[in-house]
Design a protein around this ligand. Structure first.
Ligand SMILES: [Zn+2]
Length: 425
């Protein structure tokens, strides 16, 4: 640390402030189970208003952009490039308190620290509180960050709410979004001015817990290729009368396909590739099927995720060619939907290295992981902004009220962020 001060994560008042903000916002947005902070809705607004009030108490400068995202800083006018740090305020319905909020609070604590210690960083720091990252409400993710770059389409704005059926544009309007500006698809931010964007986020997988790492630096965010509905058609028939060689059993064909894809996954992983595969929907028509009926049709989803787009492309080709083979061998055929692609995002290598340096110099492990879940940071990275992420260990996964983040682990991530920014040149 500059001028021999204790590192940020050992400053008790900062830790106390973190505990207070997390518990106040948890209390404000508590639901029957967990917390609910609806995208462009009530809980999100309650959390944001709380932080605006607190920011004013701390003497921070508060701005709201045309997508109703909030920006906090120490000085009003920033003409130079700046560090941007932040994450999202919303949550899934009845979710956990730390997904998104951790990155927002981290930015707040950083500003509080810089102000209290009167530290001048090489470039100013802005804290971004994003709205609408979770797709659970309107089926669209990263709404606030996409708006920043003029990426929202009319299809996005017309997306409907999971239970009320109201349009997203209506909720945005009610939250103070300037829809006329958003509809012009004009960026709200000059991305050239962002020196680097850093998002702190809880890990949504089990790796950090398993490895006993309090924090890790993220190397990249996996993209995904998704088939929502693939149909495998065979022939229905009597389970007792049709011999094996005459069967066209859709379930056996589907199971064969999944086994073959699992073998490919294993091979790719053994060669050091990054990949995860899931078939989260896989069923016959229960109304039609019976114990003693050979299934004539199944419907399944297929999702592949990887940091590497060439792996995703290769996997897609393997999926198609295995289906062709199984069609020949088992007398079935596969009907494909259109694949929906979301590109992987790489964290900037220089930023990753500097974050690793910062973490190591504070005495934490020099470790990195890939992000399996999508984050606002991916939007920044894919728009050419130098981007980095820090994950915080979090037990019990996320998108559920059971998620557990230890405050001591969180403080290490904030301290790493602070060190990174103070050492940045
Ligand atoms: Zn999140």
């Amino acid at each position: 640390m500059s001028n021999g001060q204790v590192p940020l994560h050992e400053e008790q008042w900062i830790e106390n402030l973190a505990i207070k903000i997390f518990s106040d916002i948890e209390a404000l947005t508590r639901d029957k189970v967990g917390i609910s902070r609806e995208s462009y809705g009530k809980g999100e607004a309650l959390g944001i208003n709380y932080l605006i009030n607190l920011a004013e108490e701390f003497g921070f400068y508060v701005e709201k952009d045309d997508a109703a995202n909030i920006i906090l800083s120490l000085d009003k006018s920033v003409k130079t490039n700046y560090f941007l740090v932040g994450s999202h305020m919303d949550s899934v319905p009845q979710g956990g308190n730390f997904d998104g909020l951790a990155g927002v609070v981290a930015g707040f604590l950083l500003l509080a620290h810089l102000k209290e210690k009167q530290i001048r960083t090489s470039l100013p720091v802005k804290v971004l509180i994003l709205r609408g990252e979770e797709s659970a409400w309107y089926g669209k993710n990263c709404i606030g960050s996409k708006a920043l770059f003029g990426l929202l389409t009319s299809e996005d704005l017309n997306a409907t709410h999971r239970s009320t059926g109201d349009k997203l544009s209506k909720a945005m309007d009610a939250s103070g979004v300037k829809l006329d500006v958003i509809k012009r698809s004009k960026p709200l931010i000059n991305s050239k001015k962002i020196e680097v964007f850093i998002e702190i986020h809880i890990e949504q997988g089990p790796v950090l817990v398993d490895k006993d790492w309090p924090i890790a630096i993220v190397t990249g965010i996996r993209g995904n290729y998704r088939h929502h509905k693939i149909r495998c058609k065979g022939n229905a028939g009597h389970s007792g009368t049709i011999p094996r060689y005459l069967r066209k059993d859709a379930v056996f064909a589907g199971a064969d396909l999944i086994t073959r894809m699992d073998d490919h996954w294993n091979t790719i992983e053994q060669h050091g590739g990054d990949l995860v595969l899931t078939s989260g929907i896989f069923h016959t028509d229960a109304d039609n099927q019976a114990m003693s009926r050979i299934p004539g049709e199944i419907l399944f989803s297929f999702e592949s995720r990887s940091q590497d787009i060439s792996t995703l492309d290769a996997l897609e080709n393997l999926l198609r060619s295995e289906c062709k083979t199984i069609e020949r061998e088992r007398g079935v055929y596969f009907e494909f939907d259109n694949v929906i692609k979301s590109d992987p995002a790489e964290c900037n290598q220089e930023v990753v290295n500097k974050l690793l340096d910062a973490s190591e110099s504070l005495g934490f492990s020099r470790v990195s992981v890939a992000s399996g879940a999508t984050h606002d940071a991916a939007i920044f990275s894919n728009k050419g902004v130098k981007t980095g992420m820090i994950f915080v260990r979090n037990d019990k996964g996320s998108h559920n009220p059971e998620e557990r983040m230890e405050i001591k682990d969180f403080m290490k991530s904030v301290s790493t962020l602070n060190k990174f920014i103070n050492d940045y040149e």
